[in-house]
Write a protein that binds this ligand. Structure first.
Ligand SMILES: *Cc1c(COP(=O)(O)O)cnc(C)c1O
Length: 393
């Protein structure tokens, strides 16, 4: 039996059957089981910040496994402590404190629990938001298809249009515990809010004593060209959640509290057996070190602009804009279905993600080379010819 036949006999069907089995990767290139090569424009969904097989990560985690692999949180270990110190430094605020878990959903779950410790239970989220799939983080996820089968979900959650400061102002009152926002909505289609929206959210929450929780699971750790996407807007949130790119492909999540929010959790209130384990922490330190050493914040900006311009040029009228910031991007399609486009790109050697019916998400490694971008643009051009001619594979 080939893998496509074995898959449904062993796997639950929550993902639908994958079309490709990948076997190997190097930098921004991956190969499938049939030997086909692809430019990887999705990088494990904005996870593989240094691409595939970066020796800085493999050396760090190999060394750590050979030294001390896991200790639980009954004991301290140096890598987790060092990573927390580094994240405190990146927020530029000495009041910052960190909790480690293993995924984005867990980070938002923990942040949601923290909001209950304010003595308030109401939360406000944005339409189209995505905060994860646990019952708590799903309650914050305003996407009917994902959340509705699982109601009732915890919390008193109000949904407002993303980017609408006036609606937010109306929804938040003195009984609101927190507002959860992605600085740029990722799963919602790579949606950048209007200028001033995060600042308005900060002003509104501060005025009423509600926490501002910014979900930087997808946008954080250099993806948009800043350590945190909110740093483009000159605001300071109370809570930041991280995961995806933080350890470049090794599972990790983090909740960062700033100011009063840093001390909401008291002993015994929350925990995670794997959270902050030495291997994930070493991988994250390697990622952050590489971003610093190779100036990948600036590279994310220039590579993102190059990718956007190259795809626009290659696509002509079929792409109306390439929105986003840095290397978190989506090409808005005109007259082409994203599923067809994804299939055609794949046939022409590019992996990208149909994030919505009308948009293709691109979130490659921060290390992506100009040559990879050029090859991807050429594939866009070829793929559009295939799709337009209706000869899609
Ligand atoms: C992916 C994502 C999550 C969920 O992360 P998991 O690691 O899949 O649980 C939460 N928030 C945002 C913004 C995400 O992009």
């Amino acid at each position: 039996m080939n893998w496509q036949q074995r898959w449904p006999a062993a796997m639950m069907s929550n993902y639908g059957a994958p079309q490709v089995m990948l076997t190997r990767g190097k930098g921004s290139r991956v190969w499938d089981i049939d030997g086909n090569e692809y430019v990887d424009l999705i990088a494990g969904i904005a996870v593989n910040a240094l691409g595939h097989g970066d020796p800085r990560i493999t050396d760090a985690i190999t060394d750590q496994l050979n030294t001390l692999g896991h200790v639980s949180n009954l004991y301290a270990s140096e890598p987790g402590l060092k990573l927390a110190e580094k994240l405190v430094e990146l927020t530029g605020n000495t009041s910052t404190r960190v909790f480690f878990c293993n995924s984005g959903a867990e980070a938002n779950e923990a942040a949601f629990k923290m909001t209950r410790l304010t003595g308030r239970t109401k939360v406000v989220v944005a339409e189209g938001s995505f905060h994860g799939r646990t019952m708590g983080s799903l309650a914050l996820t305003a996407q009917a298809g994902k959340a509705d089968p699982f109601r009732p979900l915890p919390g008193e959650v109000t949904v407002v249009p993303f980017g609408d400061a006036q609606a937010l102002e109306q929804a938040v009152d003195s009984s609101t515990a927190a507002v959860f926002l992605e600085p740029i909505q990722g799963e919602g289609g790579v949606i950048v809010p209007p200028p001033g929206f995060l600042q308005a959210a900060r002003r509104i929450t501060s005025a009423l004593g509600a926490l501002l929780v910014l979900d930087e699971v997808q946008s954080g750790i250099g993806r948009t060209g800043k350590w945190f996407a909110y740093q483009w807007d000159d605001v300071t949130p109370d809570v930041i959640t991280l995961a995806k790119g933080l350890a470049g492909g090794i599972p990790i999540g983090a909740v960062i509290g700033i100011g009063d929010a840093a001390s909401l959790f008291q002993p015994g209130m929350h925990g995670s057996t794997f959270g902050g384990n030495p291997i994930s922490a070493r991988a994250a330190l390697a990622v952050i070190g590489a971003i610093e050493d190779d100036d990948l914040l600036n590279r994310a900006v220039t590579a993102g602009e190059k990718l956007a311009a190259s795809v626009m040029q290659a696509a002509g009228d079929a792409v109306t804009e390439v929105r986003g910031k840095g290397l978190l991007r989506a090409a808005a399609l005109n007259g082409v279905a994203s599923a067809d486009m994804e299939r055609a790109l794949r046939a022409n050697g590019v992996l990208a993600n149909p994030v919505s019916p009308t948009a293709i998400r691109m979130a490659p490694a921060l290390t992506i080379a100009d040559a990879d971008i050029a090859d991807a643009a050429e594939a866009w051009s070829k793929s559009l010819q295939t799709v337009m001619n209706g000869t899609s594979t």
